[in-house]
Ligand binder design. Sequence first.
Ligand code: ADP
Ligand code: MG
Length: 695
Amino acid sequence: MKPITDAFGSMVFNEAVMKEKLPKDVFKKLKATIREGKTLDANVANTVANAMKDWAVEKGVTHYTHWFQPMTGITAEKHESFIAPDDHDGVILEFSGKELIKGEPDASSFPNGGLRATFEARGYTTWDPTSYAFIKDNTLCIPTIFCSFDGSSLDKKTPLLRSMAVLNEQALRILKLFGSDATHVSTTVGCEQEYFLIDKELFAQREDLLLCGRTLFGKLPPKGQEMEDHYFGMLDNRVLAFMQELDEELWKLGILAKTEHKEVAPRQFELAPIFSTTNIATDHNQLTMELMKKIADKHGFACLLHEKPFEGINGSGKHNNWSISTNTGVNLLEPGETPATNAQFLLFLCAVIKGADEYQDLLRVSVATPSNDHRLGANEAPPAIISVHLGDELTSILECIEENTVYDKIYDKKMEIGVDILPAFPKDTTDRNRTSPFAFTGNKFEFRMLGSSLSIACPNIMLNTIVAEELSLFADELEKAEELKSALAALIKKTIREHKRILFSGNGYTDEWVKEAEKRGLLNLKTTIDALPYYTSEKNIKLFTKHKIFTENEMRSRGEILLENYCKTINIEALTMVDMVQKQILPAIEKVTKSLTETILNKKAVSPAFDCAAEMDHLHQVDENYKALYFDCQKLEKACIKTTALDSMHEQGKLFSTTILKMMETLRADADALESLCSDKAWPIPCYTALLFHD
Ligand code: ADP
Ligand code: MG
């Protein structure tokens, strides 16, 4: 095996490769394109394409694909080979600048939320040179953005890049006021990814896991996670081999996989990379999820990325660690060491606090999926209420600044912005508060509400945009000011005063917090269906159109897609339950009934002295639950047909999120009760104990 340092990035057409393979002037022009978003001229594109192809062919590659991130939340690719006929009945390998820059996949089968009629189904993929091309599965993958014939974006990458550009522009305005020499600002993200690994053969025997990614039935096993013996536990050989191969493959793609460990629930694990620029982190997280699934399969596992694969034990999330950095290497969310940098830190901090308060709804919408609804507010993940955790110390400092009082723990005088130096906070000094949805952790914010299967693009589009908006308002005000220092102090104080209701460092899992949050006027949008209408509120449309992240049409179409996805997901889950009940569980119970009745008849035939009390009781219990299961299944099936026939998608959503989900719960309870009444052999699907404790 190659040493890791050699293998790292070996499948990436990165800067070092570009420098080696491209003529100097072409390399320079390409770098300018990457840095400043300048368009490439055709000659340069041809040279780059040719160099990319030669590099890839040397590594045995025969195909290329434009790799993009449509609204399905996963990635898409359409493979083309490099071959072209030569004049002598043979082939040559070709890849032109045109093919590199633009692709034209038929877009009609990707979600578009009514943005285009199908007769206008042309979609375009356009090379995004800010993300390196790479080789995966013997195919050269060109990261692209995806839009319709009229330029409307149909993917997650375009608005993400736009939001990064807007944040750059607004942050630079602020930095200029402080005399910074930075010329570019980017947001950075490191996301911790949770997942489950279960035995592949058992997985294949469960229709619910195959079709929905989660179990829809299953009596809880005698042991769950209460012994806390899984967290950070020793890794068995099969898991270890999986993790090693995963790391190696990720490294080849230049992905900085760093930490791997066992999580709280049995068979649950986590992988965290070292952070990178947000668009790269987004690509890398998609690739990580994809590779996890593929490599798991090679090791006899199925990798579950679903937010709640099992009832009764923790589900999986993804922590999105987010910060803002300059090209000069300054983390703008790091408390500074001089009075000026500290005032600057406070201003950026205030922008995040104000943004989180004014756009709570958008942060909530950005993590709203039917699968994540099972976690948020369920005592294993943050509540559905957005609040900001700063830790007691920083909160006290902000209070003292607001009230002009002395923070006597550290200072013996009043804190004056731009005069006193904030202490270097030990990271998260108060506690490791896991119950906060959005926590400041020393030099970054950790957004903890994301579901494990979610593309991180949307939450980061929201974070970038709302912070850019607040920075732009701050800059408007400060640029007008006659004297920066006093204007800054007034602005910071005012922001703390007006938005401190969003600050909360206590336990977010408690009922008291729910009541307190209500008193403070914070939103508590419990389900996706509660949250979605806020997406296209007037205030939010104004925000996104002002910064040209989305057009109003794009927003409405995205709202539609989310709603449609919600309805389809619950409908598929309900129908999967119906199918499993009809084809597997009812027939199994009929066999159990037959065997019980035969036993009773046989015993009585042997001697009337056998009263068969136990068998009769067992039979009655089985029969009662069998009847309930049979009729509840019919009810659910009919309710689904009725719901999907409704014209209004919104009405469908409401019914799915209330009536249908309740009926699904009832049906599950019927089946789980029957599972307790059957032998393992009689039960038609692998049980929780096998799924969760099988090594
Ligand atoms: P934890 O204590 O929660 O494990 P760590 O400090 O190890 O947190 O970091 C968790 C994640 O945060 C990692 O992916 C790390 O790379 C990322 N991270 C650290 N600094 C930054 C930053 N400035 N911007 C974005 N992500 C960061
Ligand atoms: Mg974390």
